[in-house]
Design a protein around this ligand. Structure first.
Ligand code: HGY
Ligand code: MN
Ligand code: MN
Length: 398
């Protein structure tokens, strides 16, 4: 809740866009809390923060917990933040009990997970996993034309450590489910076994500005009309591939945005997802056809850029087993689950053993200021995180 006081939303949530002043303040608070318990801090050149608690055998790769501190514009107080602070709670608990593990433990904060300010999402964990080129990531700009690299420098988190070289023995990301399943089934813990595939698109539509009064309906080249049909068609596409597909148009700019000029230009974004790689490919095919047809019908040119292709992933069986064993020993009602949302863990799993721990959130609601979770569920998730990390950190190495 102290973190939620930084960059507060208008309605009780959080608004800490990546690399904003509020994000810097949140990062500084996290770093101070880690230093209070003697952690050393390393920042890499994507702004990822690694807080380290030494073990007895410090040559071993660390067992890491973590997530993100940046939020959606109208974000909640738990998405991302929970996984970071649950990791901090693990370190604090061991510190208070004066417990030293064999392998070192770390808590990581990944930069720009949300992709709300700089697209695509999960870009810094993606650079770490070798999925995005660093120069590309630094060059991504926000709607004011500010680049990710410049903003990293501005807030003082452009570290010297080269992103991608920091060892991770295993990563556990605790997170609210952001969906309805655990709550509906009265489960306290989700043993996350994988994440669905995601495709992001930028779509530019170019018609012709003209007079709203004197231009006959025939012959108009109305970019917003084409956009409106595309919005409906994206929903239709997801329904065509029910029950697992989802499709969303989240952003739209209308130019010149004057009530008596027919819009000559529209920019919009498209987000489609599916747990099955071949189905997602089929959806992407259909989407290209839909856009060409809608634009053609209205004499509108289009430029459809696929800016992100994230295939579905499966987490590491050993990490999954450690989480499941902890949930069982602690007697929390649990079930296996595939993540509908994307997470940094879905990137890092490409280069390090990784899995996630879900806890329920009220109504499955997230990316909404009303996002909330029960303290006892959050505590349960942190306990499972603690025991899963201890199991791996104290495993005898052969
Ligand atoms: O888009 C996502 O799934 C994540 O919340 N950034
Ligand atoms: Mn998140
Ligand atoms: Mn999110």
């Amino acid at each position: 809740m102290a973190m939620a006081e930084i960059g507060p939303g208008q309605h009780g949530g959080s608004s800490r866009l990546a690399l904003s002043d509020a994000d810097r303040e949140g990062r500084d608070l996290f770093v101070a809390w880690c230093r209070d318990i003697g952690c050393s801090i390393e920042i890499d050149d994507m702004g990822n923060i690694f807080a380290r608690r030494p073990g007895r055998e410090n040559a071993r790769a660390p067992i890491v917990a973590g997530s993100h501190l940046d939020t959606q514009p109208h974000g909640g107080r738990f998405d991302g933040i929970y996984g970071v602070l649950a990791g901090l709670e693990v370190l604090r608990t061991l510190h208070e009990k004066d417990v030293t593990t064999a392998a070192p433990l770390e808590v990581v904060v990944w930069t720009n997970e949300e992709g709300a300010r700089f697209a695509p999402a999960m870009i810094a964990s993606g650079v770490y996993a070798g999925l995005f080129d660093k120069e590309y990531a630094w060059s991504r700009s926000d709607s004011d034309g500010k680049t990710l690299g410049d903003e990293l420098r501005r807030i003082g988190y452009f570290g010297d450590a080269p992103c991608g070289e920091h060892p991770i023995g295993a990563l556990f990301e605790a997170h609210i489910e952001q969906g309805p399943v655990l709550e509906a089934e009265d489960k306290t813990v989700g043993i996350v076994v994988g994440g669905q595939g995601i495709r992001w698109y930028d779509l530019g539509l170019k018609g012709r500005d003209s007079h709203a009064g004197s231009t006959p309906m025939r012959g108009r080249r109305d970019a917003l009309l084409a956009a409106a049909e595309i919005v409906m068609a994206v929903q239709g596409l997801a329904l065509d591939y029910a029950p697992d597909a989802v499709g969303t148009v989240g952003e739209m700019q209308v130019m010149p945005n004057s009530r008596n000029t027919i819009p000559g230009e529209v920019f919009l974004t498209i987000d489609i997802r599916n747990p099955d790689r071949t189905v997602l490919e089929a959806m992407a095919e259909d989407l290209r056809e839909i856009v060409a047809k809608c634009a053609g019908r209205h004499g509108v040119e289009f430029e459809l850029d696929e800016i992100w292709d994230k295939p579905p992933i499966e987490f590491d069986p050993d990490c999954i087993a450690a989480v499941e064993a902890a949930a069982r020993e602690l007697e929390y009602p649990h079930r296996r689950i595939v993540s509908g949302a994307g997470h940094d863990a879905c990137q890092v799993c490409e280069v390090a053993p990784t899995s996630m721990i879900f806890v329920p959130c009220a109504g499955g609601l997230s990316h909404n200021e009303a996002e909330s979770a029960e303290p006892e569920d959050l505590e349960a998730g942190a306990n499972v995180l603690l025991h899963a990390m201890l199991a791996l950190a104290n495993r005898i190495q052969h």
